[in-house]
Write a protein that binds this ligand. Sequence first.
Ligand code: ATP
Ligand code: MG
Length: 558
Amino acid sequence: MSTESSTPSNFIRQIIESDLASGKHSAVHTRFPPEPNGYLHIGHAKSIVLNFGIAEDYHGQCNLRFDDTNPHKENVEFVEAIKHDVQWLGYQWSELHFASDYFEQLYRFAEELIGKGKAFVCELNAEQMREYRGNLTEPGRNSPYRDRSVEENLDLFRRMRAGEFEDGSKVLRARIDMAAPNLNLRDPVLYRIRHGVVHHQTGAEWCLYPMYDYTHPISDALEGITHSLCTLEFEDHRPLYDWVLDNITIPCHPRQIEFARLNLEYTVVSKRKLTQLVDEGHVEGWDDPRMPTIAGLRRRGYTPAAIRDFCGRIGVTKSDSTTEMSLLETCVREDLDASAPRRMAVLNPLKVVITNYPEGQVEELQGPNHPKDEGMGTRTLKLTREIYIDKADFREEANKKYKRLVSGGEVRLRNAYTIIANEVIKDEAGEIIELRCTYDPATLGVNPEGRKVRGVIHWVSASECIHAEVRLYDRLFTVPSPDADKERDFLSFINPDSLLTLTQAVLEPALADAEPGQPFQFEREGYFCRDEVASTAERPVFNRIVTLRDSWAKVETK
Ligand code: ATP
Ligand code: MG
């Protein structure tokens, strides 16, 4: 595996090291437990890197377990997408499980709880249950069904399984303490009835479904998980996690440890909200390159190494915080700066005719694939009499700070000759539509004598080029925390300009072989890759992965 193990330590790793040192455990066993009700996002990557990274570094194991107890929201598409994303991030699970594999065992443990007087069948409806529950300042009241006999409870529970009762008419509840200060311990629901749903794994076999808080500790214990890592919102559920395992006959008792979830600026990392973006058509789909999903980041051109690096740099703590988007961008920029071959692409083309260049000539020039890595070799560029440069690279007049082409000035065409702009051709509206230049044949790889060249600009041959669409992405939301506003719906903060489509772009011929997702640096423009979904054989589409510099700082230095 290519994942590096230079991960900095954190409080969870310290606990694990001390458990291994004391002999409490001889090997570590973790798990990543997604619910297959959506695609994985960058927050899940944090959990994946943590769980799989620990298993890898301490020579232990990590399972992938689907927490599939809400069949009406889950499906096989999500199961397959999650498996693909975990593997793409560079990890391979030791064992693959579904919580639904344990439905029969879970049911038997529930009978054990009933037999011990630790669970009962309750007939309060949802509203009554809320009312009986009390609140943070007042204790709850016992359900009138709380003192049913074991026999009656067992009989009712078996008939619940057999399908005799309607949805919502009965639930199985733990019998703990209605006065517990922790509301999660006030006789929580363990099982509910759901008829008519076809579970993606168990089909129509069950109409009785266990709750997450009951299923999770038992699934962990059945798999021999040593450290069950979850996000902070489960801290209050830990006493219930422990209660379940303490009250059934099971040899293993994993330790639940909570850590802060990842929040990322200018986006949302909640499956519910991401589902809403997809279902309501605010984005193209789960893999829209603006989405913070693993699928979106992959399509955008992010590399697994950059995402793993990001997860390492944000660290693992117990305090909630929001991470800046620029950190994620820095990680991918650093990775791609070292690895992405350089290419030339003109995004907003302006035609240039080199009037002293022979008509019909196609000159093959070599351009290095990477300025700092000769080992990456060269690619062939084709120079012709008519070329394109970017509109932003020419001004009729400009001061000395403008290191590009001006009327009468001279610049170098990257990897080729110098040119001087002699004549500007405009249309009726006064817009520049063509430049007439001359080149100096003596300047290939050498500076002209006695003249100063302003700068270097990129170019593409007009006849030897690929026409493409280029998509530039901006943040998906206009504010750093779109879901923190209590008054306004997060959707009202969607950035209407998060996608800028350039339809006239031209690319150098070497980009004809670009594989979908393979990253390139378009010199002076940023990092780009061919879009897997939108490209056609005739017309490729390229996504901008990230700009060359931190665009969030809003400094125009180009
Ligand atoms: P969401 O709130 O997006 O629906 P979830 O917690 O319901 O997330 P699960 O599929 O249950 O999604 O999550 C699988 C694992 O990933 C859990 O252990 C969960 O704690 C962890 N996880 C989810 N979101 C984040 C996040 N933003 N940061 C870190 N870990 C996360
Ligand atoms: Mg969850």
